[in-house]
Design a protein. Sequence first.
Lengths: 137, 111
Amino acid sequence: MATAKFSGRFESLASIRKFVLQAASNAGFNEKEIYAVELAVDEACSNIIEHAYGGEGKGDIECTCNDLNGGLEIILKDDGKPFDPCTVSQPDFSVALEEIKPRGAGLFLIRNMMDDVDFEFSEKDGNVLRMVKRKKE
Amino acid sequence: MEITTTQYKRCDVVKSVGRIDSSTAPDLEEVLTSLTQDGKYKIVLDIEEVDFMSSKGWWVLIETQKTCKRYNRGELILSGVQERIRDSLNLVGMGSYFQIFDDLVSAVAHF
């Protein structure tokens, strides 16, 4: 298990991706799977900074990676506003270019890149996002 | 991330190198917006050397495409999109809003 804390700023995204890339690589994932993990974590952390904290420099993001022997569990914690995924509508890209509304793509990607995605909020722990990526063999 | 712009006879080429995320997407947005504000709506974005792009980057491209297509048959086209970036672009469904060329020469020749 590896845990690290990062400042809730967009410039931290590169370090966070590096941290999970290392864990995914150690867990034996292939390049395509590693990219999926990196992208899901980047989108999740961007959402935390933008929506849970409402901007940069308002709090930290704690990232924990657990090797599950056949998979990788990633837990992201923040102390921002409670996040309810039900309030985010799925992006619609069947519409004309002019009609596209810029929201929801991050969450859609997270759900598609990872096998399990679970959001929880408690007064004690704040927002806890648990994601699991499993190896496909 | 590094961004360079080259002016061609029929279009402008923006070459980006590195990783496009929420931290660096505003830099790309600034370069693309300054081109469209100068009345340049035929743009090739060369991302052959971009190995990561989050949805923040794609939104910049979508907004630029909206602006370009409004004027004089303008268009933002993409060149050298790495397979994993193309996969995630198509997964979300944004890929259909862009013409993608394998190499820069074909992309420039399109205009």
